[in-house]
Design a protein around this ligand. Structure first.
Ligand code: NDP
Length: 248
């Protein structure tokens, strides 16, 4: 289905990004696995893709640095062919109550989760515009819709992604580039692993389907949004959250 496509997944080495990389590779795409600090995880993801007969490569860069993003995307376009599919998935948390939140905690989360998606999309869509085809999927969060005490930085970044995606979708539609969001609820990854068990139990009580999701649940929604099945879908958010939030 994605046989002649080049995809780049930021933060593709672990968790949700890893599952997205494996899914897109299984559909035939050549997948760029981006990471910033843990080369072993990126290599493990590439090995998993290749041992299943898929194609991929690793691209180390920090999405929060506009210069690094531009250089890396130029390099990918030259070495592997221009990016057709971009999944902005890299994200971090620096949780804490607002009264005690440091400016650096705000900046790190906004620079990585929101500005990173902006700079990656700006750089990658240049070639998509020339080709008159492209797919951008931004991984936001249920927190961007519901809010969460202790996460004003994260909630701002994730809600910002939604408004940014709708504006990008309007700008890029004429070039046949769609921009959509996937908004996961609580998914089992390193990011949520650290939550104390009593908090995990309290969260599960708010989830109608009764459990946390898996990275593969999120990857399925991304696969839909880059497939021909969603050619007429842009500016939308698909909620993958077990029913804990049903609005839009
Ligand atoms: P993980 O913490 O498991 O993985 C984060 C990934 O992002 C890693 O590959 C990491 O690379 C990479 N990364 C972090 N900072 C940067 C950076 N500056 N530049 C490039 N890559 C970076 O996260 P999850 O898989 O849990 O989350 C993935 C996305 O899904 C995030 O955007 C998150 O906000 C969102 N999400 C997650 C939910 C969950 O319940 N887990 C719920 C809702 C949304 P490295 O290992 O090299 O540092």
């Amino acid at each position: 289905m994605l046989n002649d496509k080049i995809a780049l997944v930021t933060g593709g080495s672990r968790g949700i990004g890893r599952a997205i990389c494996i899914k897109l590779a299984s559909l035939g795409a050549m997948v760029g696995i981006n990471y910033v600090s843990n080369p072993d995880a990126a290599q493990e993801t590439l090995n998993t893709i290749q041992s299943a007969g898929g194609k991929g490569f690793i691209s180390k860069f920090d999405v929060s640095s506009a210069d690094a993003v531009q250089a890396a995307i130029k390099d990918i376009n030259e070495q592997h062919g221009s990016i057709d599919i971009l999944v902005n998935n890299a994200g971090v948390t620096r949780d804490g109550l607002m009264a005690r939140m440091k400016e650096t905690d705000w900046d790190t989360v906004l620079d990585t989760n929101l500005k990173g998606a902006f700079t990656c999309t700006k750089a990658a869509t240049r070639a998509m515009m020339k080709k008159r085809w492209g797919r951008v999927v931004n991984i936001t969060s249920v927190i961007g819709f519901l809010g969460n005490g202790g996460q004003v930085n994260y909630g701002a970044a994730k809600a910002g992604m939604v408004g940014m995606s709708k504006s990008m979708a309007r700008e890029l539609a004429a070039r046949n580039i769609t921009v959509n969001c996937v908004a996961p609820g609580y998914i089992l990854t390193d990011m949520t692993d650290g939550l104390p068990e009593d908090i995990q139990d309290a969260i599960k009580k708010q989830i109608p389907l009764g459990s946390f999701g898996t990275p593969e649940d999120v990857a399925g929604a991304v696969a839909f949004l880059v497939s021909p099945e969603s050619n007429y879908v842009t500016g939308q958010a698909i909620h993958v959250n077990g029913g804990m939030y049903m609005g839009n």
